[in-house]
Ligand binder design. Structure first.
Ligand SMILES: [Zn+2]
Length: 160
């Protein structure tokens, strides 16, 4: 792997070659792609748009690059949100188990916080790992615009 150069960031332009979903009972999604690595310069302040050309099909993609400081801050915020999701998940899960397992006196229904806690359990169960991975891999580069077959391209972080 190449060493990181200050003020720059490596990203890959991902060209999706094929995206097929096969099977009826058990669906299997098979995606093949080709990544082309680019090194883009970070702006001194604010954000900067850079144009990257996909070497596979010559499509030009517009990416937005943020400063190192903002990138680190956003990454940290995402990690904090991931940690909070874990806390909420544990609390909501404990509460749901506690309330759900209680034998209620006749005619009494579960408190309204019960469905809220069940929803929280599901939401945070999905959100926590997504936020964690996003925070870990956040590089401050996002795709702004791509030509028509937009979903056939992506800009992905390169692990340093
Ligand atoms: Zn392409």
């Amino acid at each position: 792997m190449s060493r990181p150069i200050p003020g720059t960031v490596e990203v890959a332009v991902r060209h999706i070659l094929s995206d097929k979903t096969t099977g009826i009972l058990t669906r299997t999604r098979r995606i093949t792609w080709k990544d082309s690595v680019f090194r883009v310069r970070r702006p001194a302040s604010g954000t900067q748009s850079v144009e990257l050309t996909c070497p596979v099909c010559d499509a030009s993609l517009l990416a937005e690059v943020r400063t190192e400081t903002r990138t680190r801050r956003t990454g940290a915020v995402l990690l904090v949100l991931a940690a909070l999701s874990v806390v909420v998940f544990v609390a909501a899960f404990a509460y749901a188990v506690h309330e759900g397992g209680r034998t209620l006196p006749e005619g009494q229904s579960l408190p309204t916080a019960f469905p809220v806690s069940v929803v929280s359990v599901f939401v945070t169960f999905v959100a926590a790992p997504v936020l964690f991975l996003r925070g870990r891999r956040y590089n401050g580069v996002s795709m702004l615009d791509a030509p028509k077959p937009r979903r056939r391209h992506g800009i992905v972080p390169v692990r340093g």
